[in-house]
Every structure is written in structure tokens, then in C-alpha cells.
Design a protein around this ligand. Structure first.
Ligand SMILES: [Cu+2]
Length: 153
């Protein structure tokens, strides 16, 4: 239905990245876009609304396959963010493709601690995967963050 649209978005994203920083995977610069995984790896979202912790990745990011991620979302003051809608979109930027299905919606863990689970992210190729997360709270605050891992690199 909206397959063409998602293709278009992927293409535009790819063009944007290519124009922005030249060849991807530029080893000479020593500047890798990939994160180094540790359990609890924390990032702030783009506009600073949330802190997102990758509590656990099963398996640890290293090989291709199906991944389950447990996330924890906190607000600026460090309070748990519950009942948010979180969507993940894994993309291989250098290759200009994503996964099937394109999006994975996180399921709230039900702990009341701002924990969510992403099930079966299909990171099916060696290389760098960037997982874009969009977080939307009940009261309509939206922000994004990304985690990137180089598999079998
Ligand atoms: Cu690929």
C-alpha cells in the first residue's frame, strides 16, 4: 500500500546521507558511526526530551540475526516514561535499505519503569545497522534517537 512511499523515503534518506558526508564507512577518518555496545548504553534524544537506555540487546550486537532489545525511557528529570509509543526502523544507510517489516513497534514491559521491548529486529546482513527510534508520549511529545551497530565488521 505505502510501499512506494517507504521506498521513496529510503531513497531520499540515502541521497541525503551521501550528499552530507561522502562515502559511507570511511575507515580513514577513524570516525565510525557505530556505537560500542554495553548493556545500559544511554543516549539523549535529538531534541533532548528523553534519555533512552538500551538496557539489553539479545544477542549482543555482533552477528546477523533476530534481535530483541529492551529499552528504558526517562524524561528530562529522570522519571520513567510509560505508555509511550515507540517505533523502531532499522536501516543500513550505506546500502540504502531497511528490513521487512520496515517498522517494529515496541511493547511496553508492564513494569511501570519506562521499559519497552522490541522483538525480532531482523538485522540480516553484515555491516552497520542504524536503528532509528521514534518515541511519542501520551501527551504528544515526539523525539527520536538512533543506535548503530556494526555486525560482523
Ligand atoms: Cu545491507
Amino acid at each position: 500500500m505505502n510501499r512506494c512511499m517507504s521506498r521513496l523515503v529510503l531513497c531520499l534518506l540515502w541521497l541525503f546521507i551521501c550528499c552530507g558526508c561522502g562515502d559511507s564507512g570511511d575507515a580513514a577518518s577513524g570516525q565510525s558511526a557505530a556505537d560500542r555496545y554495553v548493556a545500559g548504553l544511554e543516549k539523549s534524544t535529538q531534541n533532548g526530551h528523553f534519555r533512552v537506555q538500551l538496557i539489553r540487546s539479545t544477542p549482543e550486537p555482533a552477528y546477523v540475526g533476530l534481535y530483541t532489545w529492551t529499552l528504558k525511557v526517562l524524561d528530562r528529570s529522570g522519571a520513567s516514561v510509560n505508555a509511550a509509543v515507540i517505533e523502531a526502523e532499522p536501516i543500513m544507510i550505506a546500502h540504502g535499505h531497511g528490513t521487512m517489516p520496515q517498522f517494529t513497534t515496541a511493547v511496553e514491559a508492564g513494569t511501570g519503569m519506562g521499559e519497552y521491548r522490541l522483538q525480532d529486529l531482523d538485522l540480516f546482513m553484515p555491516g552497520t545497522w542504524t536503528v532509528f527510534l521514534t518515541i511519542e508520549t501520551l501527551d504528544g511529545v515526539i523525539d527520536t534517537v538512533e543506535f548503530a551497530f556494526d555486525l560482523e565488521g
